[in-house]
Design a protein around this ligand. Structure first.
Ligand code: HEC
Length: 441
């Protein structure tokens, strides 16, 4: 099935003036020689880890509770799983009209002495790229959502337009079983009842009142992925609020009990040559340092934080409605923006909901990404040093095999409305993975 192949030298390797090699550009590798793995990703709906262990999962629950790998029962069934989830109201109460149950994802992986490279492509549902994100607009003196994801309340009500970035996501664990059950249950160890868009989702007020996650601590207003290890208990309802104490969490993190999560985001990270580098632990945390994007929203004042610098935008501080999803429209970033000034905007002005950072740093800086959409297919590249030496990254090494999973957000969606893989393995220079990275010579 997979062809054995070697790669000749990397073409187009940039050289600095000193002669030191800069980070190789994954878009310029000779990918033709790298084996392709074609995977089926399916729509999971609300099938959380708690659902997997429940009687609703029928014979599956016994298997899962005995530590059986999902693949032992479901290999090759991905397309059916997606179709069945979409057909069952209990698993997906609000299906998106016309959404297919599964998509094909083609993946290639390679590495050299210093770097690890991933290339992924998928045919998109829409005949256009989901390369734009949220927009806000001033309407009748109030800043409102102008464009957002397909399941946003204003979009569903028909008062806002559809606009949301597509994403390629890669999550992996260490090769020592640092996160219990990740190898056999895959991404479901991160996906729980009591999370955003899952059953028993807590209200904003409940989250904000939590002493650690809420206003007095991490300042969260919703619950994202978390690992069971970080909770004192998880029952059928989930366990969002039952966080272990700080000493216990610090000890777990130091032991490496977390998952590395890379998200190549078509608007918010690829625009600045980066993927969003995160890790799943007690929350879906961004890695430390300056990340590729920040919200352009002041929640207290209910207005954007930044607008365009008129000196750099033809005298205009905002976009016009005609520039909504216009590939030629400028993207708001740290180099072309000034602090928002309510006196300078007028009704009908549109501003991006996020501001991009061209200067990332720290651990948030070490994931490079690029992407292009052509003829109905997204192709995304992500690459990073094998070992970044950062505490919130998992190092990769030749000759090793890692548990992992992929996900894709396609068609302007977020949260559970993505496609996911069953638990998979990635090998570097071996043959025991579903994706086997080959060494570049
Ligand atoms: C021991 C075998 C077994 C294991 C292990 C298992 N399942 Fe299942 N799974 C089943 C059975 C049986 C059904 C019910 C099929 C039906 O109702 O026709 C099912 C149903 C599902 C469904 C609902 C869609 C459908 O086709 O009914 C999903 C999604 C699913 N499994 C995902 C998983 C995932 C993810 C894992 C690993 C965390 C997993 N399963 C582990 C046997 C298993």
């Amino acid at each position: 099935m997979q062809k054995k192949a070697t790669l000749s030298a990397i073409t187009g390797l940039a050289l600095a003036a000193s002669g030191t090699a800069l980070a190789a550009d994954a878009t310029k590798l000779k990918w033709d020689g790298v084996p392709k793995t074609e995977l089926t990703l399916f729509y999971p709906g609300q099938t959380t880890q708690e659902w997997m262990k429940s009687a609703a999962h029928k014979a599956g629950a016994t298997g899962v509770n005995e530590g059986k790998n999902c693949i032992a029962c479901h290999e090759g069934e991905e397309a059916d799983l997606g179709k069945n989830v979409l057909a069952k109201k209990a698993l997906e109460p609000t299906p998106i009209a016309g959404k297919p149950g599964a998509i094909k994802l083609t993946v290639q992986a390679a590495y050299d002495k210093e770097y690890f490279y991933l290339k992924a492509s998928w045919p998109t549902h829409l005949k256009e790229a989901g390369a734009f994100h949220n927009y806000k607009a001033l309407k009748g003196g109030k800043w409102v959502t102008y464009g957002s994801n397909r399941t946003d309340k204003d979009v569903k009500a028909g008062t806002s337009k559809v606009s949301y970035e597509d994403r390629f996501n890669f999550m992996f664990g260490d090769n020592k079983g640092g996160v219990a059950n990740f190898a056999n249950q895959g991404c479901w160890v991160t996906c729980h009842n009591s999370m955003r868009d899952a059953p028993n989702e807590p209200t904003k007020d409940q989250v904000e009142a939590h002493p650690v996650l809420g206003k007095a601590g991490m300042k969260k207003s919703d619950i994202r992925k978390y690992l069971p290890e970080t909770r004192t208990a998880i029952d059928d309802a989930g366990g969002w609020d039952k966080l272990k104490d700080k000493a216990a969490l610090d000890a777990l993190m130091a032991k490496g009990a977390f998952l590395d999560l890379w998200q190549a985001r078509a608007y918010r990270s690829i625009s600045v040559g980066k993927a969003d580098d995160s890790h799943v632990f007690q929350y879906r945390n961004f890695d430390s340092g300056k990340k590729p994007f920040d919200a352009n929203w002041d929640g207290e004042k209910k207005q954007p934080k930044f607008m365009f610098d008129p000196a750099k935008n033809g005298g205009r501080v905002a976009l016009s409605e005609a520039q909504f999803r216009d590939p030629k429209a400028p993207k708001l970033d740290n180099t072309n923006s000034v602090p928002f000034d309510a006196a300078k905007v007028k009704d009908g002005d549109v501003l991006p909901g996020f501001i991009l950072n061209t200067k990332t740093d720290g651990s948030a800086d070490d994931l490079n990404a690029s992407g292009n959409w052509a003829n109905g297919v997204w192709t995304m590249y992500v690459w990073r040093k094998l070992d970044t030496k950062q505490k919130d990254d998992i190092a990769l090494a030749p000759g090793q095999t890692y548990p992992m999973g992929f996900a894709v957000h396609d068609d302007n969606v977020t949260t559970r409305f993505h496609y996911v893989s069953l638990p998979l393995r990635l090998s570097l220079g071996k043959k025991d993975g579903h994706v086997n990275a080959i060494e570049l010579k």
